[in-house]
Design a protein around this ligand. Structure first.
Ligand code: PMT
Length: 426
């Protein structure tokens, strides 16, 4: 299948993993494994120099397919054309500065660059290089050319590089590359660079309200939906700060600055600070509505005379979304800041999740609201999501079932559209 619109990535895709010659080439082996574990058919196409870092035997064993670097292997099968034409997805891990220079200028001097020239499927490059090389005007130009041609060039991670230096240029984690590449197949338009320089504040994960040093009130949020929003916004050019509660040990969202918090009060304080600087605020966290009136300093005992453990007094937490909207009304936050809420609903005997969400958007006053049905254990902790997007002025769109990255892409599309609409005069 070739992708256009929201494609289903649960069927077996033909994935080409290209590998260029950089020290991060060993991580391509984990990327191959990641695609294979999801049931996809993987063909590895390294450059000659990549084989100085990892041998062909490793890639052949992991992919179960032959490996070649040159257009002169299997000439009778015209593989320089066939491999690219048949692919549903091409991912290059790592994309080095030299490889991107060749790809940007349409070179076809090995099997990998030739494959890129014939591929009509999404092509995703995961760059890895030293910061100076990433920042060099030649590389910046090449990235711009590739993006103009429709190639998805991921922004590299910020972190420890080979040697002692630290900075942007580190290869993203293999699982991030696999998730983002599959999101590109689901909908390549979700990777357009329409948020260059736009500042986002996103809440993610679950808050925990301490009862005593070992117990807390919490929920099943994994942080996946909030982190997917952060990564997708960053890949669209945004400057993203995530205020993150508990997040199931997910890797740091690529391209985002993360502020870790524990309780709702801590999340409220951090969201308050960062929303002042944001153009878009998205509230994807699952926030505890109540907290214990006091936290015991020592582990509480059960079965003791006052039995405080079976009689915990609760007090209401601040509603972070509602108060942020109020602060916008009061002029503390610019009127142009876009506010997006979530509604996690199960519905009940009389009211559907969608009806409850329609009441919620009016109560909270945010511009957009993503309603996800969380009944029957779905959504919390899952890798996929589905639901409806609502706008404050009564519009409603279906968000089709897809990965949380695809759902994030749909939400960001709606944000982008809303921000292009003329703002009412103040
Ligand atoms: O983290 P995952 O495992 O990926 O799961 C994703 C999710 C189900 C957590 C996510 O998609 C989601 O629905 N997040 C909102 C969960 C929630 O708390 O919903 P709510 O209907 O109770 O709250 C409505 C809105 O108000 C939400 O935007 C919430 O962040 C916000 N809120 C709620 C209470 C509170 N005290 N402060 C808030 O800001």
């Amino acid at each position: 299948m070739h992708a256009a619109g929201n494609a289903d990535v649960s069927e077996c895709l033909k994935v080409v993993v290209g590998v260029a010659g950089g020290i991060a080439a060993y991580k391509a082996a984990h990327v191959v494994r990641g695609f294979k574990e999801l049931g996809h058919d993987v063909r590895v196409v390294p450059t000659e120099s990549a084989l100085n870092f990892v041998g062909a035997a490793t890639f052949e064993a992991l992919s179960g397919n032959p490996v070649s670097t040159t257009v002169f292997d299997a000439v009778d099968e015209v593989q320089h054309v066939r491999v690219g034409q048949e692919a549903d997805l091409v991912v290059v891990v790592p994309a080095t500065a030299d490889f991107m220079a060749r790809a940007a200028h349409g070179r076809a001097d090995d099997l990998l660059t030739a494959t890129l020239l014939v591929a009509t499927c999404p092509v995703v490059l995961a760059p890895a290089m030293h910061t100076e090389m990433w920042n060099h005007p030649a590389t910046r130009d090449n990235v711009a050319i590739l993006r103009r041609h429709g190639t998805i060039v991921l922004d590299p991670a910020h972190g420890r590089l080979t040697g002692k230096d630290t900075g942007p240029g580190r290869l993203p984690e293999p699982e991030q590359i696999v998730s983002l590449a599959l999101a590109a197949v689901e909908n390549p338009r979700h990777f357009r660079r329409d948020f260059e320089g736009v500042r986002f504040m996103i809440t993610a994960g679950g808050t925990r309200e301490a009862i005593d040093p070992v117990r807390f009130i919490g929920n099943h949020s994994s942080g996946r939906q909030g982190f997917a929003l952060a990564e997708m916004a960053a890949q669209r050019g945004a400057q993203v700060t995530v205020v993150a509660g508990h997040t199931d040990q997910l890797p740091t969202p690529l391209g985002a600055n993360v502020v870790k918090v524990d309780s709702t009060l801590e999340m409220a304080k951090a969201a308050h600070e960062h929303s002042k600087l944001a153009d878009v605020c998205i509230f994807a966290a699952a926030v505890a509505d109540f907290r214990p009136a006091s936290t015991a300093g020592a582990k509480m005992k059960k079965g003791v005379a006052d039995d405080a453990l079976s009689n915990i007094q609760l007090v209401e937490n601040p509603d972070i979304l509602a108060t942020t909207v109020e602060r916008r009304k009061a002029g503390e936050i610019p009127a142009t800041t876009t506010m997006v809420g979530f509604a996690a609903e199960t519905g009940d005997e009389t009211t559907t999740p969608l009806e409850l969400a329609k009441q919620k958007i009016v109560r909270k006053g945010c511009d957009l609201l993503m309603c996800n049905d969380v009944s029957g254990g779905q959504t919390f902790g899952a890798t996929d999501n589905v639901g409806w997007l609502l706008s404050l002025d009564g519009e409603q769109w279906d968000v089709p079932r897809g990965s949380k990255f695809s759902v994030a892409g749909s939400i960001l599309d709606a944000v982008s559209e809303l921000r292009q609409e003329p703002q009412p005069a103040e």
